[in-house]
Design a binder for this molecule. Structure first.
Ligand code: HEC
Length: 179
């Protein structure tokens, strides 16, 4: 009898956890799969790797890194054609605007991305958010959640929380072109 109760509790617990997992706003299997496709499409568009298209490195600020480079383009992924903003974060010993310009791959720490996905989430301007490490794997938050999708929607910290403060209401700091 007791064992039966224990089992019921265990099964109930894992059902509950599965429910929580599928309800999470980001880092679920569909978002992770989409992030992988996006990384593939970025590679095909010549945006990745040692010879990837980049801009002039500039001095960055928290949380994005010591030296950054940001480019904007349009990318097609499946049926979606949308704006893609790629911000590369560089760091490590000897990092400077010049050293990054000379050898970007050596200092690359992360690639943060905003991709306009029609109809994805109008409340957050249809941006798909992702943070990749230099090798293309997804970075995680302190709770171990993969950073892909509506990252930190409704949370006090993270991509959406912070970018909501960007002027112009388009969630982009750099300009207000997508209001
Ligand atoms: C604490 C605030 C903060 C958080 C958290 C944050 N960002 Fe940003 N982000 C900024 C600021 C400020 C800028 C503009 C300055 C710059 O270039 O660094 C920016 C710029 C960007 C840009 C270039 C477009 C723009 O808005 O100018 C991208 C892309 C980007 N962030 C992606 C992300 C992603 C993806 C995450 C989550 C993994 C994230 N950011 C988390 C503050 C933040």
């Amino acid at each position: 009898m007791k064992i039966k109760h224990l089992l019921a509790a265990l099964v109930g617990g894992s059902v509950l956890m599965a429910g929580v997992a599928s309800a999470q706003p980001f880092g679920g299997s569909a978002d992770v799969a989409y992030a992988e496709q996006l990384w593939g499409a970025m590679g095909k568009a010549g945006l990745l790797g040692a010879d990837g298209i980049m801009s002039t490195p500039y001095k960055g600020q928290h949380p994005h890194g010591a030296v950054l480079d940001t480019i904007e383009t349009e990318l097609k992924l499946g049926n979606n054609r949308g704006v893609l903003i790629v911000k590369r974060n560089y760091g490590g010993e000897g990092v400077s605007k010049n050293s990054v310009a000379d050898d970007p791959a050596k200092y690359l720490k992360a690639v943060t991305v905003m991709y306009k996905r029609k109809g994805y989430d109008p409340a957050t301007k249809d941006w798909f958010w992702a943070k990749y490490l230099a090798d293309g794997s997804l970075d995680k938050n302190p709770k171990g959640m993969l950073l892909a999708g509506k990252v930190a929607k409704g949370a006090p910290q993270g991509c959406i929380a912070c970018h909501t403060a960007a002027p112009g209401g388009d969630m982009v700091f750099n300009h207000d072109r997508y209001r």
